[in-house]
Design a protein around this ligand. Structure first.
Ligand code: G3P
Ligand code: CA
Length: 265
């Protein structure tokens, strides 16, 4: 785990706005994050890549095809070129332009998100496709330091967590700064029950504070097992209120959701 042992309350339950309030606003844009904040999400989840000129940019895919009017890999675009695009498309259709000018949907850089959001907002930052972005781990850590995100709030929750499917990227972050709480993302097939082989679990315990798991696979015994090891469990991506309550009752510590108001009355 991280240097704080364990940095996340094991009996807590948090709502994590997956790519912002992405059911209502274009994913990974400032309007999506601002709405998540307004809807009282506990954490905002976002995905990070590097531009051709080495800027940290917030987008899910490693190419601009699905969410903008253009095509090609992020790493082949400069920041200035990316800023010309509108990030409010979904496969060629304009999505959820809630009366806003399309210029409101720029692709944000990570520091812009940190600048725009309230000081008490929390982040789950996903490292994606790191093999094509040399040095991305250090850049993110430096920015987290600059914005004092390597710290906890008064509830004992960390200001920022990093998660990734990429074990090596997480290990690199841990090597560079062991104080950052890390979650290992793991995907299971829909009809599969979550299970982590002993050897893998042992390895995971050397760097991770928890796991983020596709929610259909989560069972009460899996949650208990993880908690016994001191690992928290997050579930992704839950847009069904009944499933969310079921997971909460199992002791799951947080859910990623595109609808941060999912459990509001
Ligand atoms: O919420 C977990 C999730 O972020 C991992 O999947 O594809 O939405 O980044 P994805
Ligand atoms: Ca993600």
């Amino acid at each position: 785990g991280s240097d704080w042992d364990n940095p996340m309350p094991e009996d807590g339950f948090i709502m994590i706005a997956h790519r912002g309030a992405s059911a209502y606003e274009p994913e990974n844009t400032l309007p999506s994050f601002e709405l998540a904040e307004k809807l009282d999400a506990d954490y905002i989840e976002l995905d990070v890549h590097l531009t051709k000129d080495g800027e940290l940019i917030v987008m899910h895919d490693d190419e601009v095809d699905r969410t903008t009017e253009s095509m090609g890999k992020i790493k082949d675009y400069t920041l200035r070129e990316l800023k010309e695009l509108d990030a409010n498309e979904e496969e060629g259709e304009i999505v959820a332009v809630t009366g806003r000018d399309k210029d409101a949907y720029e692709i944000p850089i990570l520091s812009e998100v940190f600048d725009e959001m309230a000081d008490d907002i929390h982040y789950v930052i996903e490292l994606k496709d790191t093999e094509q972005y040399v040095g991305i781990e250090k850049k993110i850590i430096d920015l987290m330091k600059e914005y004092e995100l390597i710290s906890e709030n008064s509830n004992g929750y960390p200001r920022a967590i990093i998660h990734s499917f990429d074990k090596e990227a997480l290990k690199e972050v841990h090597r560079l700064n062991p104080a950052i709480p890390l979650l290992q993302l793991i995907s299971f097939d829909e009809d599969e029950e979550a299970k982590i082989p002993k050897k893998e679990l042992k390895d995971m315990l050397s760097y991770a504070s928890g796991v983020g798991v596709s929610y259909e696979a989560i069972t009460p015994s899996f949650v208990n097992k993880m908690h016994k090891e001191g690992l928290v469990v997050h579930a992704y991506t839950v847009d069904d209120a009944e499933a969310a309550l079921r997971l909460k009752a199992m002791g799951v510590n947080g859910i990623h959701t595109n609808e941060p108001d999912l459990l509001d009355e």
